[in-house]
Design a protein around this ligand. Structure first.
Ligand code: HEC
Ligand code: HEC
Length: 340
């Protein structure tokens, strides 16, 4: 849609130099970013390249990346669900269940660490997790390049994207990340309100006001996340830090090894919630009403509970209804439709 949207201009010179060196036609692409979003450093550092993005998209949807040719990235990150999954925990190869809820994938260019506990420090590194995990794609990384080489199309597509007559893991992860960074969602009703294309109703504006008082502390800014780790009161029983360090129930402490991070998870975005149920890191809450009930009277106290959500935190029935109305303005149906 035509609108006042800032276009992020990327370094054309750099692209031309880089690709000419490898005998490939330069194929820069402009990624559209709403003008009031923060500057996405990741897009500057990883210059979007059309051929790499096209290849990344094909790889994202290709079950050949899994050991039994049955699971693609899109099996768990469904475009119709804003690239999330309707199952609380997703099923990978041989129907083996994971332990966490598949996160929606958009606005990833603004993130620096990935997963609910921030265990991956870049998008490129992130994809190695699902490709190799036995309960996700279960693929032997050493065999993947040869497997793709033997399939039609890929040799030519990798050559076009990287200018070398070879397929290596780094090209696979680079292409996937290139595609993922193009998934920008910023065309909700609330965005249109921000650029003064429409007005919100008084009820929605009241919802925005309550949201700012009760939720914005963590779900902040235009991304609706501070990208930090908090304990929002779901549990008070946690594994021991000196036990199995790989226990996902440690939350952020699995990565930071700090007692202070037990039970903390990355604040999720609140954009596109109508597409991304169920909610929370393990998908335990099925609806927005259940989420609001949690914040109203389900918060459980523990050593790492956010100071903001202690006993003094309260929400009335009226405020709950207001917040719900506001959250509905954050759905970007254009993003979901365009990516189906
Ligand atoms: C079997 C289901 C499954 C498959 C297949 C899968 N994912 Fe995921 N994905 C998940 C789950 C579950 C999480 C959250 C895991 C966690 O935090 O421990 C996740 C998290 C992510 C994240 C982190 C997002 C964020 O905001 O931090 C990215 C990016 C991602 N996946 C991309 C991919 C890509 C690319 C592929 C294909 C190579 C892929 N996924 C395949 C289930 C899956
Ligand atoms: C102290 C920080 C903090 C505050 C305040 C807070 N949240 Fe959260 N919120 C989180 C964290 C962290 C999670 C993820 C927790 C988890 O899965 O373990 C979360 C999860 C959610 C989810 C689930 C999203 C998903 O994709 O699974 C929704 C919806 C949500 N919060 C809405 C709200 C609303 C509405 C308010 C205000 C009433 C609010 N939050 C206040 C930190 C906060």
């Amino acid at each position: 849609m035509q609108k006042k949207i800032g276009i992020l201009l990327l370094s054309w010179v750099l692209i031309a130099c880089d690709t000419n060196k490898n005998n490939v036609e330069p194929s820069p692409i402009l990624v559209e970013v709403p003008s009031y979003f923060p500057y996405p450093q990741a897009l500057k550092d990883n210059i979007p390249n059309k051929n790499q993005i096209d290849l990344g998209k094909k790889l994202f949807f290709d079950p050949a990346l899994s050991s039994n040719d049955a699971v693609s990235c899109a099996s768990c990150h469904k475009p119709s669900k804003s690239f999330s999954d309707q199952s609380p925990v997703s099923l990978g190869v041989n129907q083996l269940a994971g332990v966490r809820n598949a996160m929606p994938l958009f606005n990833l260019a603004w993130q620096t660490d990935f997963f609910w506990d921030g265990g991956a420090k870049s998008l490129e590194l992130q994809s190695l997790g699902p490709i190799t995990a036995h309960n996700e794609m279960n693929m032997d990384l050493a065999k993947l390049p040869a497997k793709l080489k033997a399939l039609p199309d890929y040799n030519a597509l990798f050559y076009k994207a990287f200018g070398k007559d070879t397929i290596i893991t780094q090209y696979i992860t680079t292409a996937l990340a290139q595609f993922e960074r193009t998934l920008v969602s910023g065309d909700s009703k609330y965005d249109q309100y921000l650029i003064k294309q429409l007005v919100l109703s008084n009820e929605e504006l009241q919802g925005e006001k309550v949201f700012k008082q009760k939720c914005q502390q963590c779900h902040s800014g235009v991304l609706f996340t501070d990208l930090q780790y908090h304990n929002n009161g779901l549990d008070n029983q946690f594994p021991d830090l000196d036990g199995n360090m790989d226990d996902p129930k440690l939350g952020r402490a699995r990565i930071s090894l700090s007692q202070n991070d037990i039970g903390k998870y990355k604040t999720p975005t609140l954009r596109n919630l109508s597409f991304t149920a169920p909610y929370m890191h393990d998908g335990r809450l099925a609806t927005i009403d259940e989420v609001l009930d949690h914040y109203q009277n389900g918060i459980i106290s523990s050593a790492t509970l956010s100071p903001f959500l202690q006993a003094s935190f309260s929400i009335t029935e009226e405020e709950k209804a207001s917040i719900k109305l506001f959250l509905q303005t954050l759905n970007d149906t254009t993003f979901v439709r365009n990516n189906q």
